[in-house]
Design a protein around this ligand. Structure first.
Ligand code: ASP
Length: 440
């Protein structure tokens, strides 16, 4: 059995958290590869080391004095080193190099990557296992995306010769040879890449919560946890706003069918959530989870006999493509098509898009409406279950919520409901209650 264990920033925020991680690793010899984040927040209002690094870079790039930030960063690491009582270990040489680089040629990717780099060095020393620099084994292409094939080839080869190792999260090597980071939270992606490369049995993602909850705890008081969720269900939910795992992190492990286990560093005894390709395990309720987001708008395009005009949909979507706007959903009627887009992305370009639709598709009219919230009700248990939609809509009617839009894919995995922004929380509560509190 081989496990990859990725630890998030709050799991490594100080020496006492490091010790918990040490216990977790030592407790299970199958945890052979460790992927750390940079030190995160120790308490509410604290600053993550990654944010301090970005601030340091920002000042350096404007030729301002960045001494204060550098000192705070050094202090964070020194506190960890002292708390772990690591004798004869120092990051002074690394800090001297970082300072020089910031003075000579400040670079935000380089700066941000140092958070994970330094933390992994400490972790390797603390656990007494080798350190592998992510810049030697993870590669980005010219266009800035991950070069998955080259990475997998080089990393697999390296890991086959290194039975245990610590590999820093969040960065790799850019096409120009310098360190390059993923987007924020990207250490989750590194963990997944490492799991794929060594063909791990499990990718453990250790954080500060015991897995996913069936709904947002800011809306639902004490929601139930999710024990098992499929990759596809998670995509439907994460895409709507769940924040525990970086949304790109599932792709490398999904490639190999490796399950992800979300675990809590502060409560390792909890089973957490399993993210799997497929399962025969039944969900406790018809739905697996509910997630949603406010701030969408709809663009309603009408044209008589639209249904018989071949290529009409393509022309409409081309108008959005020309202005770089991605769409979320596209419910349609016989003579109408509605495109649902993010309001903040769309509002600056709305008039250009409307004229492009007129130019390309010659519709009868285009109407824009705003303040739409989308709610995704997701669950593999919905498949072939009669009455799911009926229960959702009667719960919404009882809660006095008007439904503005409905979209259900033929996979029967999710139902998307559009309501007014102002009704969003009430609608989520009504749906949660009908499935979880009064489950049958
Ligand atoms: N340290 C980076 C961030 O704060 C990456 C990560 O933690 O995954 O976004």
């Amino acid at each position: 059995m081989k496990k990859v264990a990725k630890f998030g920033g709050s799991s490594l925020a100080d020496a006492s958290q490091f010790k918990k991680v040490g216990d977790i690793i030592r407790e299970d010899p199958d945890r052979v590869y460790v992927v750390p984040s940079a030190p995160g927040k120790r308490f509410g209002g604290d600053t993550k080391v990654t944010d301090l690094l970005y601030r340091m870079y920002y000042k350096a790039s404007k030729d301002e004095d960045f001494g204060e930030e550098l000192d705070r960063i050094k202090e964070r690491y020194q506190d960890i080193i002292d708390g772990l009582e690591l004798e004869d270990f120092s990051l002074e040489g690394d800090f001297a190099q970082i300072e020089r680089r910031m003075q000579q040629s400040p670079d935000s990717n380089y700066a941000a990557s140092r958070g994970e780099y330094l933390n992994a060095k400490i972790m390797a020393r603390y656990l007494g296992i080798p350190f592998i620099d992510a810049a030697d084994v993870i590669f980005f292409s010219e266009d800035g995306t991950l070069d998955a094939d080259r990475t997998n080839e080089v990393l697999s080869e390296k890991l086959s010769k290194t039975p245990r190792a610590v590999i820093p999260g969040f960065y790799g090597r850019g096409a120009d040879g310098n360190p390059k980071t993923f987007s924020r939270g990207g250490s989750d992606i590194t963990g997944s890449i490492v799991a794929r490369a060594c063909r791990a049995d499990v990718y453990e993602n250790w954080t500060d919560v015991s897995g996913f909850l069936a709904a947002d705890p800011r809306i639902i008081n004490d929601p139930v946890g999710i024990e098992v969720i499929t990759y596809r269900e998670l995509r439907e939910l994460s895409y709507m706003g769940a924040a525990v795992l970086h949304e790109d992190a599932i792709f490398p492990v999904r490639h190999e069918g490796i399950p992800i286990n979300i675990k809590n560093t502060n409560r390792p005894q909890d089973e957490g959530t399993w993210i799997v390709e497929s399962t025969c395990q039944k969900t406790g309720y018809t739905i697996t989870g509910i997630a949603g987001k406010k701030g969408f708008c709809t663009v309603l395009i009408s044209k008589a006999l639209m249904n018989s005009e071949v290529g009409f949909g393509r022309k409409v979507l081309q108008a959005f493509e020309e202005y770089g706007i991605s769409f979320e959903h596209m419910p349609s009627g016989i003579d109408t098509m509605t495109i649902v887009v993010h309001e903040d992305e769309f509002k600056h370009k709305e008039q250009q898009v409307v004229s492009a639709i007129h130019r390309l598709a010659e519709p009868d009219s285009v109407e824009i409406d705003s303040d739409l919230a989308l709610i995704a009700v997701v669950g593999r248990g919905m498949k072939s279950t009669r009455g799911t939609a009926g229960r959702i809509f009667s719960a919404l009617a009882h809660a006095q919520v008007n439904v503005r839009m409905i979209d259900q894919g033929s996979s029967e995995l999710n139902i998307i409901i559009g309501v007014d922004d102002k009704d969003f929380e009430r609608a989520v509560r009504a749906i949660y209650d009908i499935f979880v509190k009064t489950s049958f």
